[in-house]
Design a binder for this molecule. Structure first.
Ligand SMILES: C[S@@+](CC[C@H](N)C(=O)[O-])C[C@H]1O[C@@H](n2cnc3c(N)ncnc32)[C@H](O)[C@@H]1O
Length: 287
């Protein structure tokens, strides 16, 4: 039997484009909307409704459309899964967020390749309108210099950053988002936490033993990775510990400002608890 393939970005993207995942995230975008904790933290750190916000891994638009409903009008959202992005675009059309100068800008882009790409100000909307295009090619010189620092804040919600296989790739995404933001801009994201409960810690001790003996799932890239199947389809997830994220932020130009488990931020509805596991919220500032 050939060795099992390591999880790659292509596998993750294919899993998100799979019908099961598309239905799962589209339903959440239509019916669930923003979690109470997401709303509270976005409004705390990005209170200005005119803030130019970049959302990475927007999926079917659950967060972006939630922000639109709160009155945010300079939103740019991207994802590398075309099927999810199509759903986000149609939800925006359904909610009247797809036309005029305040339309949400949806882009197809890979978070790990923002460094190679340019955020080009769309001249029909201008930087002031938050219009931007991410193109997958390098633009050098003046044009390149003029494109960074466009955004007042960035989001990578519901653990999307942790669905990037390979620590260096996750750092690459953090660097790309840093480059896209102005100095002082906040970045909000969530992760799981390997240490958040005694049961979790015991489980990871066993997993560490497996890695020491070489008995881990051969598809995994690093210790902390999981690849599993549930009602949302196949999911790759890296579960970090706190020290890992603090080091990654420091290495990519972000200054840690806040982190807390979701249950410490606020109480969520049964529907949100049913949709998503406990996670850790992070807020960092572009240094
Ligand atoms: C758990 S889903 C969350 C979707 C949406 N933000 C939500 O909360 O419903 C994670 C999202 O991150 C996207 N994603 C993962 N890796 C990505 C990458 N390298 N570039 C862009 N998007 C990525 C996936 O396609 C998926 O839509």
């Amino acid at each position: 039997m050939p060795p099992l393939e390591k999880i790659s970005p292509e596998i993750v993207r294919a899993d998100f484009n799979d019908l099961l995942a598309v239905v799962h995230y589209t339903r959440a975008a239509h019916e669930l909307g923003l979690w109470a904790s997401e709303r509270l933290l976005v409004e705390r750190h990005l209170p200005d409704r005119a803030a130019r916000i970049l959302e990475a891994g927007c999926g079917a638009g659950r967060v972006t459309l939630g922000l639109w409903a709160l009155g945010y009008r300079r939103l740019t959202a991207f994802d590398f899964a075309d099927e999810l992005l199509d759903q986000a675009r149609s939800l925006a059309a359904e909610r009247g967020a797809d036309t005029g100068p305040e339309a949400i800008t949806f882009l197809h882009a890979d978070a790990t390749r923002l460094g190679e790409c340019q955020l080009i100000v769309d001249t029909t909307q201008g930087a002031a309108a938050g219009g931007a295009t991410i193109v997958g090619q390098e633009v050098r010189g003046e044009a390149a210099r003029g494109t960074s620092g466009l955004f007042d804040g960035a989001l990578f919600m519901f653990n999307g950053l942790m669905q990037i296989p390979g620590r260096e790739n996750r750092r690459c995404a953090l660097r790309g988002l840093h480059r896209a933001c102005r100095p002082g801009a906040p970045l909000l994201f969530t992760t799981h936490d390997r240490d958040h409960s005694p049961a979790e810690r015991a489980m990871w001790r066993l997993e560490a033993l497996r890695w020491t003996r070489g008995g881990q799932d051969p598809r995994l890239v690093e210790y902390g990775d999981r690849y599993f199947e549930d009602e949302a389809g196949r999911t790759f997830m890296h579960l970090p510990d706190r020290a890992e994220i603090l080091a990654d932020l420091a290495a990519t130009g972000w200054q840690h400002e806040f982190d807390a488990m979701r249950r410490e931020v606020c109480e969520e509805s049964p529907a949100v608890l049913d949709f998503s596991d406990e996670c850790r919220f992070w807020v960092a500032r572009a240094g």
